[in-house]
Ligand binder design. Structure first.
Ligand code: ITT
Length: 198
């Protein structure tokens, strides 16, 4: 029976969105600091899946609990898919929206398509499962909204930015929400099988 999972992240926003979706399962999702683990492995992979696997593996080596890791980012068509796997490192923290808007200042309306991608890896001593989700939208011309994090204030989805949505609304359409709902089903199934085996 899985009742506690470590999330291999130093990003409090990811942790909050994850807890929100997994909470009905009664599984406690604890942070690295809750677990007393201090690791920040180099994300040297070329894909979201490789980087999520690197993060999960680094933490699994230090614990007996199951681990989840999320690697995610924003891919902008007009920028050839950038910032992509480098989304956390392309611009200084808290300046990612301003930096992206500057890099896209000459790109006209209609050519500003972008998508968020999220890959979540679940890992324990016997299993490694990959879940993924995508959210398609476009990049606006100014920052709007106070919620969310990262690029949310410039990412437009059906006329609003993700930062203008409540957390529940964002989770219902987001890349992370989609990956987490599949993870939810997997964990639910695992726990019901283990209960049935008793
Ligand atoms: P961990 O590696 O510790 O989990 P991180 O923030 O460094 O935290 P990533 O390497 O996966 O995570 O980088 C993801 C970046 O992509 C993140 O810092 C944001 O800038 C952006 N991003 C991902 N999901 C997002 C979301 O839902 N809304 C806005 N920006 C997001």
């Amino acid at each position: 029976m899985i009742n506690k999972i470590i999330m291999a992240t130093n990003n409090k926003n990811k942790l909050r969105e994850t807890r929100d979706i997994l909470s009905p399962l009664g599984i406690e999702v604890i942070s690295l600091s809750d677990a007393g683990i201090d690791v920040d492995p180099d994300e040297t992979g070329e894909t979201f899946e490789e980087n999520a696997t690197i993060k999960a593996q680094a933490v699994l080596e230090l614990t007996d609990l199951p681990v989840i890791a999320d690697d995610s980012g924003l891919c902008v068509e007009a920028l050839g898919g950038r910032p992509g796997v480098h989304s956390a490192r392309t611009y200084p923290e808290h300046e990612e929206c301003a930096g992206l808007l500057e890099d896209m200042k000459d790109i006209p309306e209609g050519s500003r398509s972008a998508y968020f991608q999220c890959v979540i890896v679940y890992m324990d001593k016997n299993a490694c499962i990959v879940f993924s989700g995508k959210c398609e939208g476009s990049i606006g011309f100014e920052q709007k909204g106070e919620n969310g994090f990262g690029y949310d204030p410039v990412f437009m989805y059906e006329g609003r930015t993700l930062a203008e949505m409540s957390e529940d609304e964002k989770n219902s359409i987001s890349h992370r929400g989609a990956a987490l709902r599949d993870l939810y089903e997997y964990l639910k199934e695992r726990n019901s099988e283990e209960n049935a085996d008793k």
